[in-house]
Design a protein around this ligand. Structure first.
Ligand SMILES: Cc1ncc(COP(=O)(O)O)c(C=O)c1O
Length: 464
């Protein structure tokens, strides 16, 4: 049952879409109202859903509830921001007092210090500046790299998302027919409003393509300020880095004089205590954080080597922000790292992640599904492909209908995955074995139904 026929999957997708829409009457009405005062009815393009936007009203621990009262095990976890679980009492205890003692001074305050000291210990980088989002963190990192090297070109990986500043919004989800040759991908801006001159300064390579990385450095000798990369690549699906790619990345400074910016907005504080830096034993020049850093409050950070970050101290590089290091976010970050995201928590998350991977692998083998599960610590993804993807181009070939079906199936059976169809998840410290069991059981039920539907459609076609 390797090749999934559309006549097997499509009726199931239609049925599950109808089922979902029928459970969301209040969400749909609220979305219609929101659309009159908020473009598209959503506060971020990434919040726009499929046919039926699901308005999440509240969350506690591993659960969220939508406006219609439907309860879900939350495996989206705010794109991984909520690895501490929703409304954790330790975060409430830490943030609560700041509401009565002041949440923003726009001035130096003592609250940022302990958080920076904890990040020093986790990432082995001595100097940190706080921001309010991942976008601000990567924007600052790129500017610092340019200032430090005196060069202009930014190199990024095709399919990677690094926030919504102009230079980063290049080749995030380019269509196959505009992306160009895989060995030398075109720089494709995301949507309108990005000046061509800015897009041209962002050059693109395929993940794991060491030869392309080398040849770009040759072509642009002395022009590349930095390489920004996420390990593993997480935007399209989860793509693991080859050892040779890691090796090439770790040499961009010594061999080419460019800085390595490891974007750990999603991975930092989630896949290990010291993020992907620790996991892959890599020593970047700059690291960017956000999402899980704030324990659910908006917070980001850029950290780096002493000689690189010192240029920020001198004020020659513009890194600003009224709310940077504000007491509320700092209190949440401090509590999250000291009380919740402990070494024992990472061990438990890794164990749970491995158990999901093993269960998914068993289902894939038993039902001969054309799918691959990839798990790194708390993060995981199911790619509807015959083989593990090595780049964004591989992911473009996934079975889209089957991917949407997995998402719909989970939503309709009490597991929330994301606003738009996605087959990725983040486990949190609040998840229990019963939550994992439900997630796995839903996938099992889907595999069984696909097998039955496929046998039935082959019978009808006279193939058996
Ligand atoms: C790897 C990565 N970098 C940067 C960002 C931007 O972060 P934010 O949404 O906080 O601006 C994201 C957001 O998803 C991300 O995944």
């Amino acid at each position: 049952m390797h090749a999934r026929h559309r006549d097997t999957t499509d009726p199931l997708v239609r049925r599950e879409r109808r089922r979902l829409v029928s459970r969301l009457a209040r969400s749909r009405r609220a979305h219609a109202r929101a659309s009159r005062s908020i473009p598209g009815g959503v506060c971020s393009a990434a919040h726009a859903g499929g046919d039926a936007p699901i308005l999440i009203e509240r969350g506690r621990g591993a659960r969220v509830w939508d406006l219609d009262g439907n309860e879900y095990v939350d495996m989206h976890a705010g794109y991984g921001s909520m690895v501490a679980g929703h409304a954790h009492p330790a975060i409430a205890r830490a943030v609560g007092p700041t509401l009565s003692s002041g949440t923003c001074f726009g001035a130096p305050s003592p609250h940022a210090m302990p958080v920076a000291e904890e990040l020093r210990s986790r990432f082995g980088l001595p100097l940190w500046r706080f921001t309010n989002s991942g976008t601000e963190a990567t924007m600052a990192a790129v500017r610092i790299a340019r200032a430090f090297t005196g060069r202009s070109v930014l190199l990024k990986v095709e399919g990677a998302y690094h926030g919504h500043h102009d230079g980063a919004l290049v080749s995030v989800t380019p269509a196959a027919d505009e992306a160009g040759d895989a060995a030398a991908p075109r720089s494709v801006p995301v949507g309108d409003g990005i000046p061509e001159t800015v897009t041209r300064l962002t050059r693109v390579v395929s993940f794991n393509d060491v030869a392309a990385l080398r040849s770009l450095f040759l072509e642009l000798r002395g022009q590349i300020a930095g390489v920004i990369v996420e390990l593993p690549l997480l935007n399209p699906t989860m793509v693991l880095p080859d050892a040779a790619f890691l090796d090439a990345l770790s040499k961009v400074r010594t061999e080419h004089g460019a800085l390595l910016i490891l974007d750990e907005v999603k991975t930092g504080l989630v896949v290990a205590r010291g993020g992907a830096s620790e996991l892959y034993g890599i020593s970047p020049d700059l690291v960017t954080l956000a999402k899980a850093l704030g324990g659910g409050l908006p917070c980001g950070a850029v950290g780096g080597r002493k000689e690189v970050m010192e240029i920020v101290a001198g004020g020659c590089v513009g890194v600003y922000g009224t709310f940077n290091g504000n007491p509320a976010a700092m209190a949440a970050a401090r509590a999250s790292m000291s009380e919740i995201l402990t070494p024992a928590a990472y061990e438990r998350l890794a164990r749970m992640g491995s158990s999901v991977a093993a269960a998914f692998d068993a289902i894939i083998a038993r039902y001969e599904l054309s799918a691959v599960a990839t798990v790194v610590g708390a993060k995981g993804a199911l790619a509807m492909l015959p083989e593990r993807p090595r780049s964004y181009r591989d992911w473009l070939r996934r079975d889209r209908a089957l991917s949407e079906l997995f998402w719909l199936y989970q939503l309709n059976r009490g597991v929330y995955l994301s606003p738009a169809p996605s087959t990725k998840w983040t486990l949190t410290v609040a998840h229990e074995q019963a939550d994992i069991d439900r997630f796995v059981a839903n996938f099992h039920e889907l595999a069984r139904e696909l097998q039955q539907a496929s046998v039935w459609s082959r019978r009808c076609a006279g193939a058996e």
